[in-house]
Design a protein around this ligand. Structure first.
Ligand code: HEC
Length: 195
């Protein structure tokens, strides 16, 4: 194990794994604190580790269910979208590296000019698309293209929905994204939402 796994490029649990599982699995009616389907609650590192065995993909239920080919068993279940191959790759790498609870805040880059394509799209993909994408459109809202996201900023108060304490419902509903993700989106909006 490297002394400094963040510097060694290990997967950042807080930024890259948790948002995905929170927004796709720890949702109402599934594995949030209120529902706890099958006794499984996936809104924290500890809860997620109940279905993960560090270094061992074959013994990790999480890995098994996101790859199941049986439509009755795959997670998340339809109509939610299955994890994309890029999302599975993050999970695979994270488990293979020992499923560590890393938070690599020094990786948060809010100095470079922010663009939709480079910094914003990946955040929205992992935190929002599960409920606002091609398969499911909560509140009639889609966020899977530049046009959708910029118009949600202009017409649906997206900025106020991602910050706690504005009086609007927090998005994702299970709790605010990391400071880095919130800050990146707000700065990008201030910079005029470059594509
Ligand atoms: C687990 C499902 C889920 C996830 C994940 C989710 N949302 Fe939502 N979203 C909802 C639901 C349900 C509503 C409607 C009820 C409400 O406003 O609380 C909603 C409403 C909204 C609205 C208000 C739409 C309107 O016009 O009233 C915005 C904006 C929004 N979401 C943005 C986001 C963003 C940005 C993300 C990712 C950071 C996100 N949502 C992640 C379920 C989700």
């Amino acid at each position: 194990m490297p002394d400094n796994p963040c510097a060694a490029g290990f997967v950042d649990f807080e930024q890259d794994v948790k948002p995905l599982i929170i927004s796709q699995c720890a949702v109402s009616g599934c594995h949030d604190a209120a529902t706890r389907e099958e006794g499984i609650q996936l809104d924290s590192y500890a809860g997620i580790m109940d279905i993960v065995k560090a270094f061992d993909l074959d013994d990790s239920e999480l890995w098994e269910v996101i790859n199941d080919t049986d439509p009755d068993k795959i997670m998340p279940p339809p109509p939610r979208a299955a994890f994309s191959s890029a999302q599975k790759e993050v999970i695979r790498q994270w488990i293979s590296e020992g499923a560590q609870n890393l938070s690599c805040s020094d990786r948060c880059d809010t100095i470079s000019p922010l663009t939709y394509a480079v910094q914003i799209k990946p955040i929205i993909q992992s935190s929002c698309i599960g409920c606002h994408g091609p398969n499911l459109q909560e509140a009639g809202l889609r966020l899977d293209s530049y046009g959708d996201v910029s118009s949600a900023v202009t017409y649906r108060e997206l900025a106020d929905h991602i910050q706690p304490g504005t009086g609007l419902s927090i998005m994702p509903p299970s709790g605010p994204m990391s400071e880095c993700s919130q800050r990146s989106i707000l700065l990008w909006i201030n910079q005029g939402m470059p594509q």
